[in-house]
Design a protein around this ligand. Structure first.
Ligand code: FAD
Length: 385
């Protein structure tokens, strides 16, 4: 939710209010796509109003500014008409999938009935300001020529955007104020649409927004012309009987899905690669199991042999045969333990793909005590030295 400051709230036709809002300085940008809506609420006579949904009229390229066009008929919209510059309005959103994806649409047809023009204003102005190559044909139905909100804006967009064509369909009365523009009289019919589209309904996406009877009639006509369900996208201004259809899921949604999929695949690849690295090479496995020369070719064993060979002869103290045997046995045990450790080290070094040098334990020579000389006195006391 963000709070916006009212810049102006003006009637642009007898029945339509344009609410112009400005973002408070230093706030995060309000990101939305052309055609989406927001829920707004404010304080009226010191009390908070309920929130109501309105399509955003301004283009996402106009950052810092938000516009809403309201048909003033009930309590909420009449209260909105009383907003003054500087008042605060709470804005929640954006919401909705009734959006124009210019990257994905070559040829689109907009069918706008009355105040249902609001989401199309954002789409048209976005396509114009981004110099999009998307071809837009817009049928805009209004009751009279005095009840055409956003006429000046559409006229300016049409002049700037060579890919935009607007056909004004005026229900009744004179149309002299629309001189120079493409105008049809009466209700929007298949004849009017056929003429503007050269009876070609293929490879086009149709967007429809307006009062429920208008939307029903348009959907029926398009189906008659063989337009598939997926090529008709609708936005209903009421909850209930006309839910939004044909939600467009384009780049933000696809990016999330692709991002998640690549994350899963990446983790899988790293795990498999780690598992492969921990397997010892086949040659080492074979030599560890089969080769009797493995222990003697091991560097640790060589170190041990060198150490034993470099020991001075035990001349000063003559060990007993049993002590020498014990010492030899200990040395053999050490050698065996070293050989076992060496084999393990070889396997470990193979898995870690680097040689780890194990510190050599130096065992001190076993000291054999010299025989003692004992003397016994006449009184029977024995002393040994
Ligand atoms: C997605 C969406 C986009 C819309 N965009 C626009 C727009 O751009 N311009 C515009 O003029 N209108 C738009 N509307 C319609 C708008 O929200 C309501 O028509 C508006 O709030 C009615 O205000 P009010 O002053 O006429 O009546 P309120 O004083 O608000 O209410 C009059 C009566 O209508 C009921 N009511 C009001 N709103 C709704 C609702 N949405 N669903 C069911 N009952 C309701 C109330 O409960 C009450 O009984 C949009 C609606 C939706 C759902």
């Amino acid at each position: 939710m963000q709070k916006y400051i009212v810049k102006s709230a003006n009637q642009i036709t007898d029945t339509t209010l344009l609410l112009n809002l400005e973002q408070k300085p230093g706030k995060a940008p309000f990101l939305y796509r052309p055609g989406q809506y927001a829920a707004i609420s404010f304080y009226h006579k010191g009390r908070p109003t309920p929130a109501r949904c309105f399509s955003i009229v301004s283009s996402p390229t106009d950052q810092g500014k938000l516009q809403f066009g309201m048909r003033t008929k009930g309590h909420f919209t009449k209260s909105a008409a009383k907003l003054k510059p500087g008042d605060l309005v709470k804005v929640r959103g954006p919401y909705g999938g009734f959006v124009l994806d210019i990257a994905d649409s070559d040829d689109v047809v907009f069918l706008a009935g009355g105040i249902g023009v609001t989401p199309f204003m954002s789409m048209v102005s976005y396509a114009t300001s981004t110099k999009s190559s998307t071809k837009i044909t817009m049928f805009y139905s209004c009751q009279t020529q005095d009840d055409v909100p956003f006429l000046d804006e559409l006229r300016a967009d049409e002049q700037q955007n060579p890919n935009l064509k607007v056909i004004y369909v005026i229900g009744g009365g004179v149309t002299d104020k629309l001189a120079g523009l493409s105008v049809a009289s009466g209700h929007l019919s298949l004849d009017i649409i056929n003429a503007a589209l050269n009876n070609n309904y293929d490879n086009r996406t149709f967007y429809v927004c307006g009062p429920p009877p208008y939307m029903n009639a348009m959907a029926k006509s398009l189906r008659q012309k063989g337009v598939g369900k997926n090529s008709i996208i609708t936005e209903a201004f009421a909850q209930g009987s006309h839910p939004q259809t044909g939600k467009v899921q384009s780049w933000p949604y696809n990016i999330y899905v692709l991002g998640a999929a690549s994350l899963v695949l990446g983790s899988l690849a790293v795990t498999i690669s780690d598992m492969i690295k921990t397997l010892p090479p086949q040659s080492l496995l074979n030599s560890a199991n089969l080769s009797p020369t493995l222990t003697s070719s091991n560097s640790r064993q060589r170190d041990l042999d060198n150490l034993v060979n470099s020991l001075p002869p035990l001349a000063s103290s003559a060990p007993s045969t049993a002590a020498v045997q014990a010492s030899d046995q200990a040395a053999q045990n050490d050698a065996a333990a070293s050989a076992t450790a060496a084999a393990a080290a070889a396997a470990a070094s193979a898995s870690a793909t680097k040689v780890v040098s194990t510190p050599v334990v130096v065992r001190a020579p076993v000291a054999v005590p010299a025989p003692k000389t004992c003397t016994t006195t006449q009184s029977g006391v024995t002393t040994c030295v």
